[in-house]
Design a protein around this ligand. Structure first.
Ligand SMILES: O=C(O)C(=O)C[C@]1(C(=O)O)C=C[C@@H](O)C=C1
Length: 108
């Protein structure tokens, strides 16, 4: 119901609702971005340990067989999660590229 005395009109009501929805979505996005950042931080802790192990045992920084398996697994997961599998693939490649850079630095 519109409270005309409070100055509400259908237009201002719709704008307020849209603003509320936008704020709620942005709060969720901020929480999810925090999860992504913490998740990546944890992932890099493990890959740093892997990099030290690889340097210690003179193993190559990249493992293409492992990467193939990761791509297949993430493509399947992405489809189930309604995420563009190509995006998931590019995202993984971007992360792995950075990990390999770190691995190479351990070898120096
Ligand atoms: O599993 C490894 O061997 C890693 O070095 C980790 C990792 C990854 O970030 O997932 C990085 C480089 C390899 O080519 C494959 C996977």
């Amino acid at each position: 119901m519109l409270d005309r005395q409070a100055g509400e009109t259908p237009v201002t009501d719709a704008i307020t609702k849209a603003a509320d929805l936008l704020r709620e979505h942005r709060e969720s996005i901020d929480r999810l971005d925090a999860i992504l950042v913490y998740t990546l931080g944890e992932r890099f802790k493990h890959t740093q340990a892997v990099g030290r192990l690889k340097a210690l045992h003179d193993l190559p920084p990249a493992d293409p067989v492992r990467e193939e398996a990761q791509i297949a697994r993430l493509t399947d997961l992405a489809r189930r999660a309604d995420l563009d599998p190509d995006f998931a693939k590019k995202f993984l490649a971007f992360i792995i590229q950075e990990v390999i850079k770190h691995h190479e630095q351990f070898k120096e």
